[in-house]
Design a protein around this ligand. Structure first.
Ligand code: FAD
Length: 499
């Protein structure tokens, strides 16, 4: 496959191992010609974006979705409702803790949880309807129902209205996403023991919330309920929270969350759950074994990761292979081992993130349309939407060290950033790692109130193979939080001005 100019330029980089995945497995072959050029199973960020892009490329496209609403996990029970509640709960928290410092006082303040949930639901329904509108605009045929392979180019759909229909396609894209991973011996009832879906719809603020799993979803949901008044304890088997995060940033992040009264029990496993009383009683044990303790909670959130969702899809019937984690391996064009059957998003290996699923979707249909698709998996940003947010792209310091690359580090704290001081929200830092010899940026890590927005300057810079000096010599508006990125870049190859 020909490379884009961007991919070609990066081909010499030390860290470009996964720009496009290679494949080494054999294929069986589909047969038959069909009504649609493309049929997408699943209308999440991977599936609906793939469907729209396919239609924009002139391909006759059908998308099958069983939920009755488009947008998948992300819009319905993931990214969007969680960000809505994070924002609402942050406003309340700010009103209680920060507004008085800004001279804004209330005589009375209270949480109206049903109204908060209604605003979240309104955001979700508006956005999911918006995608239906985009389907109409782009002439994507939308079938509401549960799809199952009858043949490699034929999907039998049990429709939500009742009855069955068969949809044929020259190319089928599996975009069925992921589901909550359960823990052995812990039954999720979505009342006392909830998944992230239940945690987004609690009818009362729990007095005590225990979160099992210190990944980004657990910390975000813990933050929501902590801000609204719950006592939050996070139980984590590993020795660290968010293990993919840069170690130094992670330590500061944990301290920030502890300042917000979130408690952590690391290197701890849950070995028993008793729901017979009014409270849930968890039995805990050190990860390495040892003396057991108990912990009580009104609600327990199980947030131990997500697992690819392929139930009822009939993969066995057409011979699509899965790996031992249930993911569908694909080649560099997103094709499975069965010709004409593709897979994208959470259901394939790679980070389980909505924006990554979208990139997969676009690249996949570009390949189907005979064009060139491109996803740079080394430059998928990751964001934890707590307050402050933590965003990163590229390598952590630990990864750079392990690769044996000589590097420089530049850091700049928001305490020295004028905008952050002006708004009295100055916790956090920017950390940039650059190759010592070439100054090429290898990784950027930001902890700041709006880190999820700030990170894109770094993503773009890295996409173009920029050096830290390139960022440092770029004029940044004043006063902005972005100036901290510029100063950290200055600190990487030279010295910052304001510190
Ligand atoms: P999904 O969004 O899971 O969509 C798959 C769709 O396929 C579903 O709608 C499902 O109903 C449908 N489907 C499955 N099987 C069939 C079938 N047989 N027939 C028909 N339809 C079928 N990611 C981020 O990038 N940022 C965030 O802030 C973020 N926050 C999150 C917060 C929470 C609480 C959760 C749970 C997830 C969050 N994620 C976030 C992850 C993100 O939601 C997923 O990575 C993303 O939704 C994956 O997209 P997808 O299209 O691969 O799958």
């Amino acid at each position: 496959m020909a490379m884009t100019s961007l991919a070609r330029r990066r081909a010499t980089s030390l860290f470009n191992s996964s720009i496009l995945r290679g494949s080494a497995f054999s294929r069986s072959f589909a047969s038959g010609s069909d009504d649609n050029d493309v049929v997408v199973i699943g209308g999440g960020p991977g599936g609906y974006v793939a469907a729209i892009k396919a239609a924009q490329l002139g391909l006759k496209t059908t998308c099958i979705e069983k939920r009755g609403a488009l947008g998948g996990t992300c819009l319905n029970v993931g990214c969007i409702p969680s960000k809505a509640l994070l924002h609402s709960s942050h406003m309340y928290h700010e009103a209680v803790h920060a507004f008085p410092n800004h001279g804004v006082k209330f005589s009375q303040l209270e949480v109206d949880l049903p109204a908060m949930m209604a605003q979240k639901d309104k955001a979700v329904s508006g956005l999911t309807r918006g995608i239906e509108g985009l389907f109409k605009k782009n002439k994507v045929n939308y079938v509401k129902g549960y799809g199952k392979f009858a043949a490699p180019n034929e999907i039998s759909v049990e429709t939500l209205e009742g009855g069955n229909t068969v949809i044929k396609g020259k190319n089928i894209i599996i975009a069925t996403g992921s589901d909550v991973k359960s823990l052995p011996g812990v039954t999720i009832d979505e009342k006392k023991i909830v998944s992230s879906t239940g945690a987004l719809a609690l009818s009362e603020i729990p007095k005590k919330l225990v979160v099992i799993g210190a990944g980004y979803i657990g910390l975000e949901m813990g933050s929501v309920w902590g801000r609204l008044g719950s006592e939050v304890t996070v139980v984590e088997f590993a020795s660290d929270i968010v293990p993919t995060m840069d170690g130094e940033v992670r330590k500061q992040f944990q301290r920030m969350l502890e300042k917000q009264k979130m408690k952590f029990m690391l290197k701890t496993k849950v070995v028993g759950v008793d729901t017979s009383g009014s409270a849930v009683k968890l039995t805990l044990e050190p990860a390495a074994g040892g003396e057991q303790t108990t912990l009580e909670a009104d609600v327990v959130l199980v947030s131990a990761g997500r697992t690819p969702f392929t139930a009822g899809l009939g993969l066995d019937a057409i011979g699509v292979e899965t790996d031992k984690l249930g993911r569908i391996p694909v080649d560099h064009q997103f094709m499975t081992n069965v010709k004409g059957v593709y897979a994208i998003g959470d259901v394939i290996p790679g980070p389980m993130l909505a924006h990554k699923a979208e990139e997969d979707g676009v690249a996949c249909v570009e390949f189907i349309a005979g064009k060139e698709g491109h996803v740079d998996y080394d430059l998928v940003p990751g964001v934890v939407y707590t307050h402050p947010e933590v965003a990163s792209v590229g390598k952590t310091e630990e990864q750079v060290k392990a690769a044996g690359v000589a590097y420089r580090v530049g850091k700049f704290p928001f305490m020295a950033n004028s905008r952050a001081k002006a708004i009295d929200d100055a916790e956090g830092l920017v950390k940039i790692l650059a190759e010592k010899e070439t100054d090429k940026i290898l990784g950027v890590h930001i902890m700041a109130p709006n880190a999820g927005e700030l990170i894109h300057e770094a993503v773009l810079a890295m996409q173009y193979g920029a050096s830290s000096e390139d960022i440092a010599r770029t004029c940044h508006a004043h006063p902005t939080m972005s100036e901290a990125v510029k100063e950290a870049a200055m600190a990487t190859y030279d010295k910052p001005i304001h510190m």
